[in-house]
Write a protein that binds this ligand. Structure first.
Ligand SMILES: [Zn+2]
Length: 351
């Protein structure tokens, strides 16, 4: 089916289901399911420089959670996965937030307490020490201060590769998103350790102070403990947020198992579920899956959209990414099982 026709049908079905009692019929007919929402930050001064796709406004999130809360059962991820194995009860939704940003404590906690929605937070263990942020935040911080081509040029100067040559003015002129290209290249096509070292250098040259950035942006251990005390599930998200498929087995082990051990020993976290950093199919591999299992996680989540049923793979659970452009009718259609039912009938309207 042509992509545009598919997207048109997807929109139409979602609006129909959302605006009529059809959602109730779909909910009755579809197998019991768990929808996991995945975000990063609620908009706050501490995350002002982060990319828009990492943020959602409180009003947007409140509208979404309220709609779900009135119709389905709110849960945390690991608990929800266990509940899904039982045969009865309402379908479930869980809100998960990745990385461990400070706004989760200052802005999200008051909101979710008021709405009575529990949260799962996937914590990188290294920023909790208060000194180190991952390379991407330095990249975003630099973008606030200089052109991406300038960052690229300096990156080329400091490394043997001269990747800035492939990202010339011609690409800018052709309207290709150079920031996206650089992000993609730094994420997948370069040696991760060298990238970290070089981004560090460029960041410091530009006047960046990593410990201060970390303290502003991320939760510290006390902050994470406060969330646990408030009933949040603390889940694993590695030590320092690499796309783990780019690492060898030993490094993956240090990231996945080491991250879990740090959260347990330093926060007393249960650490029952895990989120693969970046979470796309190519960001983790069979080694990552078996390490997540070996680490003791009961389930693991990706960033591929869709609901989960009892038959889903516990270590490849779907999540629905949310930012301020989230469309409630699409989330509603997924949550009530409309897309799931259509797929069973041979019509796949997934993105
Ligand atoms: Zn993450």
């Amino acid at each position: 089916m042509k992509h545009r026709l598919k997207m048109f049908l997807r929109e139409s079905v979602a609006r129909l289901v959302y605006h009529t009692p059809l959602w109730r019929l779909c909910d009755l007919l579809a197998p019991r399911r768990l929808l996991v929402l995945a975000g990063h930050c609620v908009e706050a001064p501490s995350n002002a420089f982060l990319a828009p796709e990492m943020k959602i406004r409180e009003e947007t999130l409140e509208e979404l959670l309220s709609w779900l809360q009135r119709r389905f059962q709110a849960t945390r991820v690991a608990e929800g996965w266990a509940q899904l194995q039982g045969s009865s009860g309402k379908s479930l939704f869980a809100l998960s937030m990745d990385d461990g940003y400070r706004d989760n404590l200052t802005h999200l906690l008051p909101l979710t307490e008021r709405l009575d929605v529990p949260v799962t937070i996937y914590l990188e263990s290294r920023p909790l020490e208060g000194e180190k942020v991952n390379w991407m935040h330095k990249f975003f911080w630099l973008l606030e201060r200089m052109e991406v081509t300038k960052i690229g040029h300096r990156y080329g100067e400091l490394t043997k590769i001269e990747r800035d040559d492939i990202l010339t003015n011609q690409i800018v002129a052709a309207g290709i998103d150079v920031v996206y290209l650089w992000k993609k290249m730094l994420k997948y096509d370069v040696d991760p350790l060298e990238r970290d070292r070089v981004m560090d250098l460029i960041y410091v040259e530009a006047g960046g102070e990593e410990a201060a950035l970390c303290a502003d942006l991320y939760l510290d251990k006390d902050g994470a403990r406060s969330l646990a005390k408030a009933g949040w599930e603390l889940g694993g998200h590695t030590v320092s947020h690499h796309s783990v498929s780019t690492l060898d087995e030993d490094a993956q082990r240090r990231e996945i198992i080491g991250g879990r051990e740090a959260l347990i020993s330093e926060l007393g976290a249960g650490c029952e579920s895990f989120a693969y950093p970046f979470g796309r199919r190519w960001d983790f591999d069979e080694t990552s899956v078996s390490l997540a299992r070996e680490a003791g996680f009961e389930c693991a989540v990706t960033t591929h959209a869709g609901v989960n049923t009892k038959a889903s793979d516990a270590y490849r659970l779907n999540r629905w990414m949310i930012d301020d452009s989230v469309k409630l009718h699409l989330v509603a259609a997924e949550m009530c099982g409309a897309f799931l039912l259509l797929r069973k009938l041979g019509l796949d309207l997934s993105e």
